[in-house]
Design a protein around this ligand. Structure first.
Ligand SMILES: Cc1cc2nc3c(=O)[nH]c(=O)nc-3n(C[C@H](O)[C@H](O)[C@H](O)COP(=O)(O)OP(=O)(O)OC[C@H]3O[C@@H](n4cnc5c(N)ncnc54)[C@H](O)[C@@H]3O)c2cc1C
Length: 303
């Protein structure tokens, strides 16, 4: 079996790298960069053409994700990677027509309202309630750790719609306009001074009934599809490789403080050649071995 990327994929890698080199330094913030990615069709390259995608094969998407993550450029959006694919699978035709083109053009931003103060790993125990009232669902409760809620236009929200059913079978998946009355977003400031996460409070928020994704009380199964799309990302692995390389560079450039022999970081499988190629796909697995520092930056580190 041949584990190399095809010449076409490698040529695409160079194209993506050249684009990042040219455009990412010029972008003042992530949003203006992702707009340019949207204009090239790259944000949603793997979507089917009938939904505005390019039907790109998996390896092409992987190459793209690797390059963006390695160079710490915001090459992915939650809409393109999680919400859109979920709507393609479970959304109504109206939901697809309303949201998918806006996601392809990067005109709409999303956040994920799943976790609650008492429901993290055991997500299905969530307590936020949604009660049907005419053409709306009335939502009350609280979410936490909601990344980017302070900037998002919409939230994908899980709420309990049948408190008497077994916990996985009484949850419904909603699309919620963050401007609806009754929503309060409170940023959680981290020790860095930044606020990447938020608490989000719902106080009698009326969500139109046509904003339910999939069937009422079957939202758990829709959410696991969303989480599958999130888990399939290669980005964090390759981001780890970059961090590994920086640790190696730091170790190389920093003299030992107490005169003891330094320990070296050596990539498993050796540096360069096929070993380097393996690292690109598998991430920065590393052995810590005594002796000199022995690792070179991988392709792309020149940016
Ligand atoms: C960077 C980041 C971004 C996030 N963004 C979002 C977001 O946008 N939207 C959102 O909804 N959530 C978000 N989250 C929240 C995330 O989904 C939760 O942190 C996660 O579900 C774990 O829940 P918890 O933090 O409450 O930990 P807990 O569930 O309290 O777990 C704490 C520890 O206990 C362990 N543990 C839990 N249960 C068991 C058990 N039964 N047996 C043994 N060990 C156990 C866990 O492994 C963990 O080590 C984000 C989290 C992070 C780190």
């Amino acid at each position: 079996m041949e584990f190399r990327f095809s010449p076409e994929d490698e040529a695409f890698r160079q194209e993506v790298r050249a684009f990042i080199r040219e455009e990412w330094p010029k972008a003042r913030e992530g949003a203006s960069f992702t707009k340019k990615l949207a204009a090239k069709g790259w944000l949603t390259m793997s979507w089917p053409p009938e939904y505005g995608g390019q039907g790109a094969p998996h390896m092409r998407q992987l190459v793209y994700n690797e390059e963006m993550a390695y160079h710490r450029a915001p090459g992915q959006t939650m809409g393109a990677d999680r919400v859109g694919p979920t709507l393609i699978l479970f959304g109504t035709e109206e939901q697809k027509a309303r949201f998918l083109p806006a996601i392809v053009r990067d005109e709409i931003t999303w956040c994920q309202g799943f976790s609650e103060p008492g429901s993290g790993s055991d997500l299905a125990s969530l307590q936020t309630r949604a009660v049907r009232d005419g053409d709306s669902w009335v939502i009350n409760g609280q979410k936490i750790w909601t990344s980017n809620a302070q900037r998002a236009d919409y939230m994908i929200l899980l709420a309990r719609t049948d408190p008497d059913a077994p916990k996985h079978r009484g949850i419904t998946y909603f699309l919620v306009d963050m401007k609806l009355p009754g929503i309060t977003v409170r940023p959680l400031v981290q020790m860095t001074g930044q606020a990447g996460f938020n608490e989000v409070f719902f106080d009698d928020v009326r969500v139109p009934a046509d904003m339910v994704v999939g069937e009422v009380n079957r939202g758990w199964y829709v959410s696991t599809a969303t989480l599958d799309f999130e888990r399939s990302g290669i980005g964090r692995v390759i981001g780890g490789l970059r961090t590994f390389e920086e640790v190696v560079a730091y170790a190389k450039s920093t003299p030992a403080r107490d005169g003891r022999e330094r320990h070296a970081l050596r990539p498993a499988g050796g540096a360069g050649g096929a070993g380097g190629h393996r690292h690109r796909v598998c991430g920065g697995a590393a052995d810590v071995v005594p002796g000199g520092v022995d690792a070179e930056p991988r392709a792309g580190a020149e940016l």
